[in-house]
Every structure is written in structure tokens, then in C-alpha cells.
Design a protein around this ligand. Structure first.
Ligand code: DNO
Length: 393
């Protein structure tokens, strides 16, 4: 597979020159300064592409070309926004940037409750704690009907937490769930926004009455319009699975499981309608057998995120080493390396370690932690390539 790296553009403190030194071949990035919903012009695309090529690398994947909320909840301006999306896709295809990742998660992208969960070895990682998340839902958002989504045991723990949690901890929880993890991924809320909880509640309200089926229909509507353009310009669109892969905050999530993936692939049965195989996101759902999913959907996978998690039946999960955890990356690599040796892959979410700690990197996107993971994954890839060469697999 092609070794790529998520780079946040010209302002990223991790430079292209640094990436060349650690064996990165391709860049995964986006026009982060273009507001969500606006057209990505050919000029802006070519400018960034040239910058990457001048740095000795290539622009392999777009992550992400964001899908506006209004497309997801079928707002009055969705057709106009879809038209803009089509123009951006055409411009990307014409510029030769042919793999485009997006997601279809309403309101909130990936979710964690702790961005610096300490591990016994002194490094830290990302963590999702169900009780803290339920606390945010029931006691901070005060979402109507939220209690019905949690077990009596979790609600009890929330009550206990309420007795001890400090104001600072509450603010940190808000910051973590809806600000720090969201702003840099072109999310709805950015650092510095006043009253994030109020903004968030307004966004949630847009989805009143939208259930899983309605969201599926809106995704199908979107795909029916954009896939012909992707096909015409040779672009592979690939949706990122929902992270975590289950419904949250009363919002439906529709890319969570074998059945969901099968559904959207069939909804518009065209090879340009594909999947970003985020092994980490899928692994956080106990219902998912990650290597089996890779096998089943290999022909429609256009981009791979290699990471893994440890998930427990109480609903918590934590990023694990890239060598361990539920994702079983070695098996995933065996399948995907065989299916398509050109497939772009990137390591996802590194630990915070050594000199990473005071650098203020985007959560999950440390330099040394990801470099360490890339070394582990590169080792597995080399071993698998050898197995293939010897005809052992
Ligand atoms: C988080 C990322 C996601 C991902 C988007 C793709 O670290 O994996 O934010 O980029 O969901 O659209």
C-alpha cells in the first residue's frame, strides 16, 4: 500500500521535509481554509498540489471534502450545496487528485471524552468513557429523553459523578467532545466560538424527526447526484465509518456495521462509491469483525486508516497500540495489500509521547506517536509483502 500521512496544510508544524525523512510517500489533506459548503476552486487546488509536489511528495487523498449539514438533514439549500460539491469533485479530478474521503455523520464527527488518557508507560492516548459521555448528554446538554438511551447502571454512575465533578472538569468535557476534536476536522464548532453548547443544541435540533431510514435516504439522494460526476472525472469517493460506530445523542449513524456498509454500497452500486476502511472506528464496535469486513468489502475500499482500539462490554474504548487491539491490523494488511498494492493507507491517531507533549498538535495527530505507529505498520507491511512474494498468502 502507499504510505500516506495526514498533513494539515502549509501551517502544519509538521513539515513536508520532515515527512520525507520518515518514509511518507503521499499526502492526505484538504483545503482547510475553505468554508464548509463552498466550492474548491481549481486555482486553490493547484496551488496546494504544487506546494506538496515542490516538497517532494504527492497529494494522494483528500480528507475531507465535507458534506454540509443541510445535505444530511435535507435542508432547503441542499441541491445548491450538492451542485457545489460536484464542482469541487470535478476540479479535484481534473487536477489529478482522485481519492476523496468524506463522512455522513450528523452534527458531530469523531467522539472522545479524554484526549490525554495516561498509560502505565508514561505515554497518553485517546479514550471514550461511556459514563462521562452520558454525563455530557444528560447533565450538560440536558437533552430531552436522553436518559432513555442509557442503562440504570450508567445513569446511577452519572448521578454519582455529578456529586464530585468540578466546573473545570465539566468545561474540559465540553471542550473535548464538541470543540477540540471537531474544529480541525472542519467541524461545526471551532476553538474560540462562544457558547459551544448552545450552538451544538441548535444543530441537534435540525435533526428532530430524522431517523436512520431518513438519513439513509438523504445519503442515497446525495450519492445519486455526485457519483456520476466522480465516475466522469475518475474520482473514487470513500465514506469514513462513524466513530464510534453506534447512534449517539439521539442522532442516527449509518456507517457502523456490515449491514450498513452493504446498504450504502448497493444504494448506488458503482465502484466510485466506496469506503474509507477506518479499522480503528470499526473496531470500537463489538459487533464488528474488522478483518472479515476488510475481506468482504476489499473491492470497494479506496483508502485505509490503520489503527486499533480496545473496546469493553461496558461501552468504553481506548486507542490501542497499532500492533494489538480488536482491529487485528496484521490480518487487515494481509487482505488489503493483496487486494490492491497501490491502495493509499495512513496510520491514524498516534499516542502522545516524548517530545510530543507540549507541541499542541491536533488531538490524535502527534508527530512522534504517529511516526512510531508508522514504523510498526511499515514492518507489518514489509513482512506481508514478503509473504505475498513467496506465494505464502
Ligand atoms: C478523526 C478522523 C475523522 C475523519 C473524518 C472523515 O481523527 O478520522 O475526523 O477525518 O470523519 O470525513
Amino acid at each position: 500500500m502507499e504510505k500516506t500521512w495526514r498533513w494539515f496544510g502549509k501551517k502544519d508544524p509538521i513539515t513536508l521535509a520532515m515527512l520525507r525523512q520518515i518514509g511518507v510517500e503521499g499526502i492526505v489533506t484538504a483545503l482547510h481554509d475553505v468554508p464548509n459548503g463552498e466550492v474548491w476552486t481549481s486555482e486553490a487546488i493547484m496551488d496546494l498540489k504544487q506546494y506538496i509536489e515542490d516538497g517532494g511528495l504527492r497529494w494522494s487523498v483528500v480528507e475531507s471534502l465535507p458534506v454540509s449539514e443541510s445535505i444530511k438533514y435535507a435542508g432547503p439549500d441542499r441541491d445548491q450545496l450538492i451542485e457545489n460539491y460536484k464542482i469541487s469533485l470535478k476540479n479535484l479530478g481534473q487536477a489529478g487528485v482522485k481519492t476523496v474521503c468524506y463522512n455522513f455523520m450528523p452534527v458531530i464527527d469523531w467522539i472522545r471524552t479524554d484526549l490525554e488518557h495516561m498509560l502505565p508507560d508514561g505515554t497518553s492516548t485517546l479514550y471514550f468513557n461511556k459514563i462521562r459521555f452520558a454525563y455530557f448528554d444528560c447533565k450538560i446538554l440536558n437533552r430531552e429523553g436522553a436518559e432513555a438511551d442509557y442503562s440504570a447502571e450508567v445513569l446511577n454512575a452519572v448521578k454519582e459523578l455529578d456529586k464530585t465533578i468540578t466546573q473545570a472538569e465539566k468545561e474540559e468535557l465540553i471542550n473535548t467532545i464538541i470543540v477540540k476534536t471537531q474544529g480541525f476536522v472542519n467541524g461545526n464548532i471551532k476553538e474560540g466560538d462562544q457558547q459551544p453548547v448552545a450552538i451544538f443544541k441548535r444543530l441537534l435540533a435540525l435533526y428532530n424527526g430524522i431517523d436512520k431510514n431518513a438519513l439513509r435516504q438523504n445519503m442515497k439522494y446525495f450519492l445519486e447526484k455526485v457519483i456520476p460526476v466522480a465516475e466522469e472525472y475518475g474520482v473514487n469517493l470513500c465514506v469514513h465509518p462513524d466513530d464510534p460506530p453506534f447512534a449517539v445523542l439521539g442522532l442516527p449513524r449509518i456507517v457502523t456495521s456490515h449491514e450498513d456498509i452493504e446498504w450504502f454500497l448497493k444504494a448506488v452500486d458503482n465502484v466510485h462509491n466506496g469506503l474509507t476502511f477506518c479499522a480503528g472506528s470499526l473496531s470500537a464496535g463489538l459487533h464488528n469483525d474488522v478483518p472479515a469486513l476488510a475481506k468482504k468489502f476489499a473491492s470497494r475500499i479506496h483508502f485505509v486508516h490503520l489503527r486499533s482500539t480496545e473496546a469493553t462490554p461496558d461501552g468504553n474504548f481506548m486507542e490501542s497500540s497499532h500492533l494489538n487491539g480488536r482491529a487485528n491490523l496484521l490480518e487487515v494488511i494481509r487482505t488489503l495489500e493483496k487486494a490492491n498494492p497501490e491502495l493509499p493507507m495512513r496510520v491514524d491517531h498516534g499516542k502522545l509521547m516524548l517530545d510530543d507533549v507540549d507541541k499542541n498538535y491536533n488531538p490524535g495527530y502527534s508527530f512522534l506517536g504517529r511516526m512510531y505507529a508508522l514504523a510498526q505498520v511499515s514492518g507489518m507491511m514489509a513482512a506481508v509483502q514478503d509473504e505475498i512474494k513467496k506465494g505464502q498468502i
